[in-house]
Design a protein around this ligand. Structure first.
Ligand SMILES: [Mn+2]
Length: 315
């Protein structure tokens, strides 16, 4: 499939790259990193689709794209498991579609697809693709590509602390480190927090509960988000704030949306939680997944099921 990705890119003059909505550094890093790789080596214009996330503008800016651009383009979708999450649903207009992703394949939305769960990140896939295929065709990977792809790998591996980090990850990082970019500046941007977020974190931590089975529960209410002026997307920075608490096995963060429903973020240190997420209109990786619940009743069900999963894991 890696060669096929190269051939498909070669066969199209116009290319648009999409990624998932509410992007993270891997979504933008793989999207913009691949786009730049293509642009500097082929001279083709590659457009970046999707809504701009203000906190990630330091990585890349998105393009304004017309419907007509889609109908004439190859659309590559990076880092997105299912069609519902593709940012810019006009991907459907594409002349040709190609999916590149490292999430479990639950939605076979593209006949051309390179999907491999063994990679830490889509950004790592792009670096490997560069090394295995593109470099063979004398493509270059420049400093800015390296910065973007490094951000993606760092983001999805949690700065190389998550178990998705492999020898191959470091092989990719080695290549990126042979380029020059300002890592300190990149980390400053990636991990800076507004003071109000820190204050909210303080409140969250004092209300955090931990059960005997090691289930941690955090709930963020609308009034808290409003009081601290934190958006739902920005609140994702709090998802790891309890990961180092002694005794935590798996934890769930509920973020109340304006309509009273909740966004659910599930994280685990061992028990598989993406099947639970799938039962609540979500999905993701075995140890990191997301879902949605309509009300407090469903919220209780998620907690109960997470308790069962953790209890079974212990025994
Ligand atoms: Mn990813």
């Amino acid at each position: 499939m890696q060669q096929e990705l190269f051939d498909t890119i070669a066969a199209h003059e116009r290319i648009i790259i999409c990624r998932h909505e509410r992007p993270d550094p891997d979504a933008i890093g793989s999207q913009a990193g691949l786009a730049r790789l293509i642009e500097i080596n082929t001279g083709k214009k590659v457009m970046l689709a999707g809504e701009e996330e203000p906190s990630l503008r330091f990585l890349a800016r998105m393009d304004h794209i017309e419907d007509a651009d889609f109908t004439e383009s190859l659309v590559i979708v990076c880092d997105t498991a299912n069609t519902g999450r593709i940012d810019d649903q006009r991907y459907k207009l594409a002349k040709e579609l190609f999916k590149v992703d490292h999430h479990p394949e639950t939605d076979l939305y593209s006949k051309l697809a390179w999907v491999d769960q063994s990679f830490s990140s889509t950004s790592e896939m792009i670096v490997q693709w560069y090394m295995q295929v593109a470099a063979e065709h004398d493509w270059k990977l420049d400093d800015e590509c390296a910065r973007l792809l490094y951000a993606g790998i760092v983001g999805d591996t949690g700065r190389f602390m998550h178990p998705n980090t492999t020898a191959r990850t470091f092989e990719a990082v080695q290549l990126l480190f042979e380029r020059t970019f300002d890592i300190r500046e990149l980390f400053n941007e990636m991990y800076k927090k507004p003071l109000s977020l820190l204050r909210l974190e303080g409140e969250v931590l004092s209300n955090f509960t931990l059960s005997e089975n090691g289930v941690g529960v955090i709930t963020l209410h609308q009034d808290q988000l409003q009081r601290y002026q934190i958006s739902v997307n920005e609140s994702s920075a709090l998802v790891h704030s309890v990961s180092s608490v002694e005794g935590v096995v798996a934890w769930v963060t509920f973020v109340e949306l304006e309509d009273g429903s909740y966004r659910v973020r599930l994280r685990s240190k061992g028990p598989v939680i993406n099947e639970l997420a799938a039962r609540f209109q979500g999905g993701g990786h075995p140890l990191a997944a997301g879902a949605s619940v309509k009300n407090e009743e469903e919220q209780k069900q998620v907690i109960e099921q997470l308790e069962q999963i953790c209890a079974a894991y212990h025994s």
